[in-house]
Ligand binder design. Structure first.
Ligand SMILES: Nc1ncnc2c1ncn2[C@@H]1O[C@H](COP(=O)(O)OP(=O)(O)O)[C@@H](O)[C@H]1O
Ligand SMILES: [Mg+2]
Length: 282
């Protein structure tokens, strides 16, 4: 954490997390939307400095879980502890303070189109700190260097390429030196070269800042490139949590379905399946 930010955000309330304990601890988490049981008894611990990728098909519950981790949803039962705090027990003020330690890079970037890139990146500092203008500008510039966007602060978001928008979203997400960074589909909609540069950026952030990073994605290649561990969600349940090697070696048919992208419930065509496995060379 930079000196400037650590002075504004004392870490006293984090001591409950204890040294070496999980940064995020989900315990017997259940969520219902009306009658619908969407997350089913999830248990998941995320360790300091690890990249946890949450993977799963459409409708498996990834966004719902992410919303819980951000304190935007209340569980029907079970708990979500972030940095040692049970987030459903926090007051609005405490939750806001905790959120300052969590950065989010939204899918699509979510930049304000009427502000320059630099202004967008500075926004959290304006909202949550009393830093003077020049300090904010310096901090924004530093983070833009980290994400390889140095010199682009005066452009408008519309002038950026898709990859640059993602980089700007990352710069804004890390402007407060968060302990935890959440990324929602970071490489969605990018061509493979740009997507792999974003993967590299995520790895660099973990290595340079020791951040704990939670990535939601359905991009298999990206998941296997960046993950320390992968959590596979399926119909609201965790099928497996493990290293990429463990997930690949899983004998769970649903996990293998996901890895091989076999559409659910569809009659399996052996020829098509073999073709997929061999990349069409047979
Ligand atoms: N606000 C909501 N109200 C009712 N059902 C919802 C709502 N949001 C999501 N769902 C349902 O919950 C399930 C999980 O959704 P979601 O977490 O968005 O999955 P994913 O992000 O993996 O695609 C889906 O079946 C979805 O239809
Ligand atoms: Mg989703």
């Amino acid at each position: 954490m930079s000196q400037a930010t650590s002075q504004i955000l004392p870490d006293a309330d984090e001591t409950a997390a204890g040294a070496g304990g999980p940064v995020i601890e989900v315990s017997h988490l259940n969520t219902h939307y009306g009658d619908r049981h969407v997350l089913k008894d999830l248990n998941l611990g995320i360790q300091p400095g690890e990249i946890m990728v949450i993977m799963g098909g459409s409708g498996s519950g990834k966004s719902t879980l992410l919303n819980h981790l951000l304190g935007l949803l209340h569980p029907t039962s079970g708990t979500v502890r972030i940095l040692g705090r049970d987030i459903s027990k926090l007051s609005q003020v405490e939750l806001t303070k905790l959120r300052c330690k969590m950065g989010v890079a939204f899918q699509g970037g979510a930049l304000f189109s009427s502000m320059t890139v630099g202004e967008n990146i500075m926004l959290p500092l304006r909202e949550h700190t009393k830093l003077d203008e020049q300090t904010m500008r310096i901090m924004a510039r530093m983070k833009m260097e980290v994400v390889n966007l140095a010199g682009f602060e005066d452009l408008m978001p519309a002038e950026l390429s898709g990859g640059m928008v993602k980089r700007a979203a990352f710069a804004r997400a890390i402007i407060m030196d968060p302990k935890i960074l959440f990324c929602d589909e970071p490489s969605a909609g990018l061509d493979p070269v740009v997507a792999s540069a974003i993967d590299q950026l995520i790895l660099n952030l973990r290595d340079a800042f020791g951040m704990t990073i939670v990535v939601v994605t359905h991009e298999l290649e990206s998941a296997f490139t960046i993950a320390d561990r992968i959590c596979v969600l399926d119909q609201g349940e965790i099928r497996i949590v493990g290293t990429p090697e463990e997930v690949r070696a899983s004998e769970d048919a649903r996990v293998q379905d996901l890895l091989n992208r076999r559409p659910e419930g569809q009659e399996q065509d052996p020829d098509a399946y073999l073709q997929r496995l061999t990349g069409g060379i047979h």
